[in-house]
Design a protein around this ligand. Structure first.
Ligand code: FAD
Ligand code: DHB
Length: 401
């Protein structure tokens, strides 16, 4: 089957779905091609923290109704070390900004519903997805859906297919420069049926390593633990997970996470990665397809959102008056924000985790870093403005909102 569209989008994660909706709001056609099932994409447990700008963007796009009802607004965060929690107040330090805890799977669910309501095409369970003719004026996406082979001719392809997708590897060798740092640890994450015992997130550095207290709803707690990067999850019984969580997180004032039935657990490795430029010919990479951050700063999903805002602005100008300037500057505009988020995520990660080869000096320096952070208004302001999110590089109006 041969068909045509304006923008072919590979991947129905946050980046692909948000881009599809931004284009729809501007009257631009797109086809989204996803290799997993709808259930898989919605059930995949991942990010939970939305920056103020991401929340504002979802509202401006008209997909924030459930987010407004069910999202948990947090005006601050706790940093914990030497068994004491220290509060950093975002509202006070950033002029009223906040973060919102709302699962990535909820964001994706809302965006899929919005997409389906537009009646624009979204193919799940597409097999053998490939992209071709990227340096021509009509690049192609090929895939098999059910028993039918599809060839989709596009003006532009948006590679929103995540770190393990097909778009980035389809760029000829030597075109992209890759920057990478792999960390000598990973995160073991759990969802537990337990009412969150604290209203805000708690990031902990303990002698035995990093731990993070988060949540998903008034009845579900989300917790993470630093483990070796290739740790088999089978090695951790539920009892062992709780014992380690409690050992690392309990503070001297008697606070600790509430214990409950573990309903999901997995281990994620951690890396920093950037591919530049985020464009080759008529292929534009967005989100995890172009860059990965370690999760400590909670930036990955938010960067996917800011990339597609920049891309939507460029495509709007391209279709409205043939302007290519913003397509040409897409990569540079995104990368300024990407590198600042990379720096912040690397800093949060290296300050809060124990590296296997660290010295006693390194550990004391980490403690001093955290002591300074939690006692200096300047340092707290710096963390707060980055955690709630640095400003987007482009306005919502310029992307047609
Ligand atoms: P993805 O979500 O990876 O979506 C890509 C889509 O493309 C997927 O649906 C995939 O199935 C599809 N795809 C892949 N290959 C193909 C193909 N060949 N053909 C068609 N489709 C394909 N970020 C935050 O901002 N805050 C957090 O708190 C946070 N916490 C995290 C915690 C964990 C444990 C993890 C793992 C990640 C976390 N992140 C966080 C990162 C965040 O989840 C990602 O940055 C985000 O999912 C990126 O969105 P994306 O749309 O670019 O990519
Ligand atoms: C969550 C994930 C993160 O990576 C983070 O830094 C904070 C919270 C979460 O899943 O809730």
């Amino acid at each position: 089957m041969h068909h045509k569209t304006q923008v072919g989008i590979v991947g129905a994660g946050p980046a692909g779905l948000m881009l599809g909706h931004l284009l729809h709001l501007n009257g631009i056609d797109s086809v989204i091609v996803e290799n997993r099932s709808r259930e898989y994409v919605i059930d995949r447990v991942r990010a939970g923290v939305l920056e103020q700008g991401t929340v504002d963007l979802l509202h401006a796009m008209g997909v924030g109704a459930r987010l407004r009802q069910e999202g948990l607004r947090h005006d601050g965060v706790f940093i914990s070390f030497l068994e004491q929690r220290h509060h950093i107040n975002f509202g006070e330090l950033t002029g009223g900004k906040a973060i919102t805890v709302y699962g990535q799977n909820e964001v994706v669910k809302d965006l899929i519903e919005a997409r389906i309501a537009t009646s624009r095409p979204l193919y799940f369970e597409a097999d053998h997805v490939s992209v071709d003719a990227l340096d021509s004026s009509s690049p192609v996406i090929r895939f098999r859906h059910g028993d039918v082979d599809h060839e989709l001719q596009c003006d532009v392809i948006a590679g929103c297919d995540g770190f393990h997708g097909v778009c980035r590897p389809s760029v000829p060798a030597g075109v992209l420069t890759m920057y990478e740092r792999v960390y000598p640890f990973g995160w073991l994450g759990i969802l537990a049926e337990a009412a969150p015992s604290c209203d805000e997130l708690v990031y902990t550095l303990h002698e035995r390593g990093f731990a993070l207290f988060s949540m998903r709803s008034p009845t579900i707690t989300r917790l993470y633990l630093q483990v070796p990067p290739d740790e088999p999850i089978e090695r951790w019984s539920d009892e062992a997970i709780w014992q380690e969580m409690l050992t690392r997180m309990a503070t001297r004032d008697g606070w600790k996470p509430s214990v409950g039935r573990i309903v999901q657990k997995s281990v994620t490795p951690m890396r920093s990665f950037v591919a530049t430029p985020m464009r080759y010919g008529r292929l534009f990479l967005a989100g995890d397809a172009a860059h990965i951050v370690p999760p400590t700063g909670a930036k990955g999903l938010n960067l996917a959102a800011s990339d597609v805002l920049v891309l939507a602005r460029a495509l709007k100008a391209f279709y409205e008056n043939g302007q290519t300037e913003w397509l040409d500057t897409y990569s540079d505009v995104c990368l300024r924000r990407v590198w600042k988020a990379q720096r912040f995520s690397w800093w949060m990660t290296s300050t809060l985790h124990r590296a296997p080869d660290e010295s006693a000096f390194d550990h004391q320096r980490q403690i001093a870093d955290l002591d300074y952070l939690t006692s200096s208004r300047a340092a707290m302001t710096s963390l707060a403005e980055q955690y709630v999110g640095l400003p987007a590089e482009v306005s919502f109006e310029s992307a047609g909102l």
